[in-house]
Design a binder for this molecule. Structure first.
Ligand code: BGC
Length: 918
């Protein structure tokens, strides 16, 4: 038998003696424990809780394999790397729980490295033996921040926030980056050194002439009025005995951006320290303080929206070397302590993830070259040129081209989105920006007469979240739509979930985020990303509700469909990941949000004056779509109330849940009275009105069939096209499928004429457009400046690709895929489809094919989980599994035959169902 790589690795591991001794025993069955995660991450940078939670996967070739017990082991790692003996061992615990497990009575120490192991027993008491030891490191755990905060001493006045300021205010000229430095002596070679780092602004740390990390946009983007983040790095290999230099390059970032007028203040500040331990265990600290110096260097301008300017003639490699350098070094100003709490960042940082080579280069006017990367992407271009000293080279970025082939930049609005480079004139020069990013497919290069083909490389940059989902089907246009959505997520998951990556917004618009959250959780592992962003949602909360953008950089809150992100994102992420802390941390304010709505609207009908409505529904100016605001507000009020009630149930608060459920009934009654007619029509008769009523379960059961018919009619009235905006669109395909109208769902999804998803695909889109008509062959670009070509909201249909076409459905009563449903829905002429997700327990997959009247369905259920599988069939006798009648197959239990599907309960394993569907 050929062992899968992890099984093989475990076998080999069992042959070697671990640091814990010779206790590993190969199991008698091939049972392996793998994918060890602390706080949900394979490699958490800092664990910021005294009671970390541990997760693992069990792998077994046996069908129906379940965990029956586990044991944990943990040990501190000394600076030298050897574990402290003896490790702490839990008793053997009888349980099938393998996610988010706390180590009984363990409290970890701050600033300490640990390694942990787990061992599991399956349902037949096979023993996996101890896993490989897996390390993690703890944060300061609330301990003191030991360094001063430094700035260059200039103060810039803070503009006042207002909701539209970003559109009206002209951007000031971008500032130069500040370089900070300090040289210090170490008497001995350190055995361990940790750099703790934070900034109001963005910081890139250097030690002795080398970058201390490749992580980008540090320390991240919190709501600076409430908190800031810090990060930590092991910098031991960069230090030595004798003189060393720590250098910090400080950029403007989000903190000082002119857009962020509502934030604490625009002068960036930095703070850092290195904690050094030598061989004798002696600790010393090198921290930012009044003895540091600062200077301007080659980054002559920087900012998220403007871009970056770099004068390579000013480079001085000695700036971060003990020998010093030629710049005009000046004393720093020591600023007040951080006015807000500092938290270890818990989400993966932004990193360079992949590179794209141009597919073409054209000289569009003399000396102006356009490089096409073939894909709308986010990040920047790496420039590689040979030019005389002082030569000014410019890079501009655009998502589209004008009809004459020049760069289309109108949709960038006030974002300068330009990089300027002045050559040093010393052979081949390579440069990339670091404190800005751009949303683009095309790069315009000017200032160089004959650039090389490889002068430009696209560097794709985003939060480094692991890809966990895959989807593919027999329709290439749907596959392209899937790919466009994935690229939309990559481009807009840069530190926070943003609306768009290119113009003068790039903000955590909460409505966009909530409609995309289910899809996002399928594509990438977003657990820590959303948990971190949820803090910004909580921080944004005010008397009206959660804000329209989080971090809250300008006023505006409580808008239906936007404010609800504070409830929907934590709940949805909890369902995908099983992380209860998502609920524990967010419940209180989520509850407050519905209480506030309830107090202001005792009848249950939420009447408000302002909102965005069904944003950008086709055919209407922004904010003017016809679905009534009160209908949207009341429907979302119901939705949030229902989810908060579910949160309360999970968290063991039955009285609160009962109170919320009573409120839900009041809202439903009010909704029905106000908006539903006795013949099941929803007033306004817009698709979105029907979708909200049906999707949020607001229609009385007896009227539902009629309401569904009215919805079908509203779609037929549009020639089977959608008429939905940001709020209606995500519900369209799911509601139709759940209402028994899958063929209609396919029909609408497959429309390739305006307005429809495949319209943009047919017209060359490589990401999701903000508007259904961002560009049309007859009208060209939408006249409105608000016209992004990378807005993921309409990509929310991809959740339906996974859970309905592929059929991988979460079971809300069993989060994290512990139990789930596989119910593929064919249609739309598809011959095959496959969907898979790396769930917390392992890979879940569905892969179906239609051949004549045969329906083949291969499914994979991870060990320690189970699934209910729906196989389309003409009757229950028409189904086999791996050649056996399905109801007799090993590990398969026939449940019932219903609506043309034979339904089975299966344990873990892979299964091949074949059925006669007709
Ligand atoms: C953003 C949106 C957002 C909307 C709400 C726009 O400017 O780009 O995606 O949700 O404003 O008004």
């Amino acid at each position: 038998m050929k062992l899968p790589p992890t099984l093989l690795a475990a076998f080999l591991l069992s042959m070697v003696t671990s640091v814990f001794g010779a206790e590993n025993r190969p199991s008698s069955a091939p049972l392996v424990v793998s994918h060890l995660r602390c706080e949900g991450l394979d490699a958490p940078t800092l664990v910021d809780t005294p009671a970390p939670r541990f997760s693992w996967q069990m792998e077994s070739a046996e069908r129906g394999a379940r965990q029956s017990a586990y044991q944990l082991r943990i040990a501190e790692i000394r600076p030298h790397g050897e574990a402290i003996d003896p490790p702490l061992e839990s008793p053997r615990i009888t349980s099938d729980v393998s996610q988010w497990v706390e180590f009984p009575s363990l409290t970890v120490k701050p600033k300490t490295r640990y390694q942990w192991q787990v061992r599991v027993w399956d349902h037949e008491q096979h023993d996996s033996g101890w896993s490989a030891p897996t390390p993690f490191e703890t944060s300061l755990l609330g301990g003191e921040w030991l360094a001063d905060w430094l700035s260059d001493g200039h103060t810039v006045a803070t503009p006042t926030p207002d909701s539209d300021s970003h559109k009206k205010r002209p951007p000031p000229p971008p500032a130069a980056a500040r370089y900070f430095r300090k040289t210090f002596d170490l008497p001995n070679q350190p055995v361990s050194a940790r750099l703790y780092l934070s900034a109001f602004g963005l910081v890139e740390p250097w030690i002795n002439g080398q970058k201390a990390t490749n992580d980008l946009f540090l320390p991240g983007w919190p709501d600076y009025k409430i908190r800031n983040f810090y990060v930590a790095y092991d910098v031991t290999p960069l230090l030595h005995s004798g003189p060393n230099t720590l250098g910090l390059i400080l950029g403007e970032g989000w903190y000082s951006s002119w857009l962020a007028g509502g934030q604490a203040g625009p002068t960036p500040k930095v703070s850092a320290w290195i904690e050094v331990t030598d061989a004798s265990g002696q600790k010393s600290i090198v921290a930012t303080d009044a003895s540091w110096q600062w200077a301007e260097g080659p980054i002559t301008a920087n900012g998220i929206y403007p871009g970056e300017d770099f004068d390579a003639r000013k480079e001085d490699a000695a700036w971060c070397q003990p020998a010093g350098g030629a710049w005009n070094w000046q004393p720093v100003k020591v600023e007040d302590k951080s006015p807000v709490e500092l938290n270890a960042r818990i989400s993966q940082p932004v990193r360079r993830i992949e590179e794209l080579k141009p597919i073409s280069r054209k000289e569009v006017s003399p000396g102006v070259f356009i490089y096409d990367l073939g894909q709308n992407m986010v990040g920047w271009a790496r420039l590689k040129v040979q030019a005389p000293a002082g030569q000014a080279i410019q890079l501009r970025f655009g998502e589209m081209l004008n009809p004459d082939g020049s760069l289309y930049t109108k949709n960038l609005r006030a974002a300068r989105a330009t990089a300027n480079y002045i050559a040093k004139g010393q052979g081949l020069e390579t440069w990339e920006p670091r404190f800005s990013f751009f949303g683009f497919r095309y790069v315009e290069l000017s200032g160089i007469t004959v650039p090389a083909d490889d002068a430009i490389t696209g560097v794709v940059v985003h939060s480094d979240l692991p890809r966990i989902g895959h989807f593919e089907c027999s329709n290439p246009l749907l596959n392209k739509l899937y790919s466009n959505t994935l690229w939309g997520q990559k481009g807009n998951f840069l530190e926070v979930p943003t609306d768009c990556p290119q113009r003068n917004e790039r903000l955590g618009w909460t409505g966009d985020a909530q409609v995309f959250c289910h899809t996002a959780n399928f594509n990438l592992n977003c657990g820590a990303f959303y948990r971190q962003w949820a803090a910004a949602l909580r921080d944004s909360f005010d008397k009206n509700g959660y804000a329209n953008v989080a971090p809250k950089v300008f006023n505006g809150s409580g808008v239906p469909g936007w404010s609800d992100a504070g409830v929907i994102v934590p709940w949805m992420t909890y369902l995908h990941t099983g992380d209860r802390r998502m609920l524990e941390e967010n419940f209180e304010i989520a509850q407050r949000s519905i209480d506030q709505f309830a107090n202001a609207n005792p009848s249950g009908l939420r009447v408000i004056k302002k909102g965005f409505g069904d944003w950008l529904a086709p055919g209407y100016p922004a904010g003017k779509a016809p679905t009534p605001l009160a209908l949207i507000a009341t429907a979302y009020f119901a939705r949030s109330t229902e989810l908060v009630a579910q949160m309360a149930e999970v968290l063991g608060k039955p009285e609160i849940a009962a109170k919320d459920r009573a409120l839900l009934e009041t809202i439903k009654t009010a909704f029905q009275k106000e908006f539903i007619t006795p013949d099941g029509k929803v007033s306004s008769e817009e698709q979105t009105a029907y979708l909200l009523a049906l999707g949020f379960d607001l229609v009385p059961a007896e009227l539902r069939p009629q309401t569904i018919q009215h919805l079908a009619q509203a779609i037929a009235d549009k020639d089977n096209h959608l008429s939905t905006g940001f709020l209606g669109t995500p519900l369209l395909a799911p509601v139709l499928s759940d209402s028994g109208l899958s063929e209609l769902a396919y029909k609408v999804v497959l429309q390739d004429t305006y307005p429809g998803w495949l319209f943009s695909v047919k017209n060359g889109a490589t990401t999701i457009w903000e508007r259904w008509d961002s560009w049309t062959p007859d009208k060209g670009f939408n006249k409105d400046g608000m016209n992004s070509f990378n807005h993921y909201a309409y990509g929310s249909v991809v959740g339906w690709f996974y859970d309905t076409i592929g059929g991988l459905k979460l079971d809300a009563s069993s989060p994290a895929w512990k139990h789930f449903v596989i119910a593929p829905t064919s249609g739309g002429g598809l011959k095959s489809a496959k969907a898979s997700v790396e769930t917390p327990y392992g890979r879940a997959a569905s892969d179906w094919k239609i051949q004549g009247d045969r329906f083949d369905l291969a499914v994979t259920i991870p060990a320690n989980t189970s699934a209910t599988v729906h196989v389309p069939a003409k009757d229950s006798n028409a189904v086999t599994e791996s050649g056996q009648p399905a109801n007799k197959a090993n590990g398969v239990k026939f449940l019932r035959f219903e609506n043309g599907k034979a339904i089975y309960e299966v344990g873990s394993g892979t299964y091949q169902f074949e059925s006669k569907a007709k």
